[in-house]
Write a protein that binds this ligand. Structure first.
Ligand SMILES: [Zn+2]
Length: 220
């Protein structure tokens, strides 16, 4: 299970822990702007009783994203038409991030003989990243079946994306229902003392809690 320490991956981990006898979380220290989400991931994994691996893979070596390059500012959320509709992908997109992370998860899953890879990706209330879409996940699963030993042996890895078509409000509701430690999560793209409230991640999170009628426990 790829765990970032944000809302979606935390709720997805609660599902994985419910459904599977043993879960290993993988958190990537990829040179992101701040350490807050890495700390959140550590607490979330511990809170849900899952093993945590932290992998250092520095995507800031080449940058190209507001999340991995200090020279590119994190944009404020705008009430523009949905990214999916406009086709505009914001500068917080990290080049090939999920392509790389999925490959990493495959390596760890295969070495540990895990049957499934859980991903908290969402393609509804999201920032329009192409590597969060169902068609990407389906294609990657196919590539993994062809490229992994267990795939050619007839035991392909099962990619599970239980939140991919959920609204943010549904994700919040599911998190509350499953007792996910939402109070430990960190979504903000900026790593200040408190969430900034104005970036895309903060805006989507606030919308989700508001529509679910739940007070965000991380803001108390
Ligand atoms: Zn923010």
């Amino acid at each position: 299970m790829l765990l970032s320490g944000g809302l979606d991956s935390t709720v997805c981990l609660a599902i994985a822990v419910r459904d599977s006898p043993a879960v290993t979380t993988v958190t990537v220290d990829y040179g992101q702007r701040h350490r807050r989400e890495l700390e959140a991931a550590r607490r979330v994994a511990a809170g849900l009783g899952a093993e945590q691996l932290v992998v250092n893979l520095d995507l800031s070596a080449w940058g190209g994203s507001a999340l991995t390059d200090d020279a590119i500012a994190v944009p404020n959320h705008t009430a523009a038409p949905s990214y999916a509709a406009s086709g505009a992908i914001p500068t917080t997109y990290v080049p090939a991030r999920n392509l790389i992370f999925c490959a990493l998860a495959c390596g760890i899953a295969e070495s540990r003989d895990c049957d499934s890879v859980y991903l908290g990706v969402n393609a509804l209330d999201y920032s329009g990243y192409p590597d969060c879409r169902p068609e990407f996940i389906a294609a990657f699963q196919e590539a993994a079946a062809l490229g992994l030993k267990r795939g050619v042996e007839g035991r392909p890895l099962d990619f599970r994306t239980p939140l991919i078509r959920h609204t943010k409000a549904q994700i919040v509701g599911l998190g509350v229902e499953l007792g996910a430690p939402l109070e430990l999560t960190w979504s903000c793209y900026r790593g200040e003392m408190e969430p900034c409230g104005s970036c895309d991640a903060c805006a989507l999170r606030a919308k989700g809690f508001s529509e679910a009628g739940v007070t965000d426990p991380a803001l108390r």
